[in-house]
Design a protein around this ligand. Structure first.
Ligand code: SAM
Length: 279
């Protein structure tokens, strides 16, 4: 493959700026620019869109996103040591990279972005699930983003795309698949990262559907699903008893056997159950 850009290789960037990986910040860097370009391509055609990237680190994925033609990339990075490396990338792509220093859980990046917006990130493992849940549960739907292209630990990726009747199926699968099309698009071994994490990773691509697959109030659905999976080994008539004294009738009306466990219930039936609590 021809060179991605005229910037130095990432190993050199890391050495120049003293970016030794910090475990507390979930730092497992991708140093192969062919790989970061490939992840950027999974996000789709970015040429007329803004991209939000959380945790750019030394900027491997950032460079992939810019090289693949993203109109603008906004990155949020907590580790100030990465800022000089990111400033070099910004200089190589004038007017197309904006860097915000801070905690992605606290900063609202939306004021800096113009739709259409895609999100792409090799997420720090300690905040990955929390960010995903926030992106999946906005006040309004469709959300601010068109797609999310996110690296997770393989086990988390499998929970996002899990089907009913499997061990991995749970709240994350319901939240994700109710209103998005979610697929695992790449698998990466630990050796793809520096330093290598203990577990394999995978990239999940989620496309926001224009409307939920089945009607339901998001807050009610969220509460019902959380209660059901909090006690996933229990039969639903027991796990959901606290929600209502007539839970068995509600379950039956939603087409769910009261003796079923949460992991057997398809999303459509959870939506029907949530609707029984509306009004
Ligand atoms: N994107 C880079 C790559 O692929 O090589 C780095 C990925 S590394 C797994 C996670 C990055 O997220 C690190 O650069 C880390 O400093 C940053 N990070 C950790 N916690 C963060 C937070 N709360 N807000 C923003 N960035 C954070």
């Amino acid at each position: 493959m021809s060179r991605l850009d005229d910037l130095p290789p990432l190993r050199e960037v890391i050495a120049t700026h003293g970016l030794s990986a910090k475990k507390a910040l979930g730092q497992n860097f991708l140093l192969d620019l062919n790989l970061t370009a490939k992840i950027a391509r999974q996000a789709g055609d970015l040429t007329a869109t803004d991209v939000l990237e959380i945790g750019p680190g030394p900027g491997g994925l950032t460079r992939g996103l810019l090289a693949s033609g993203a109109r603008r990339v906004l990155v949020v990075e907590k580790d100030a040591r990465c800022l000089p490396a990111l400033a070099e990338i910004a200089a190589a792509y004038p007017g197309r990279l904006q860097v915000l220093e801070g905690d992605a859980l606290e900063i609202d990046p939306l004021v800096h972005l113009t739709p259409p917006i895609h999100v792409a990130a090799n997420l720090p493992y300690n905040i990955g699930t929390e960010l995903l849940v926030r992106w999946l549960t906005p006040a309004e739907w469709p959300p601010f983003w068109r797609s999310l292209t996110l690296m997770f630990q393989r086990e988390v990726a499998e929970r996002i795309v899990a089907r009913p009747g499997t061990k991995a199926y749970g709240r994350l699968a319901v939240l994700a698949q109710w209103r998005t099309e979610a697929r695992i698009v790449m698998s990466l071994p630990p050796e793809a990262f520096t330093p290598p994490p203990k577990v394999a990773s995978a990239v999940v691509h989620l496309t926001a559907l224009p409307a939920p697959r089945w009607p339901a109030d998001p807050d009610i659905l969220s509460r019902v699903v959380a209660a059901a999976f909090n006690q996933r080994r229990k039969m639903l008539r027991a796990a959901l008893k606290k929600l209502s004294p007539d839970i068995e009738d509600r379950l039956r009306t939603a087409g769910i056997r009261p003796t079923d466990r949460a992991e057997q219930v398809p999303i459509e039936a959870f939506c029907a159950l949530a609707r029984s609590f509306e009004g």
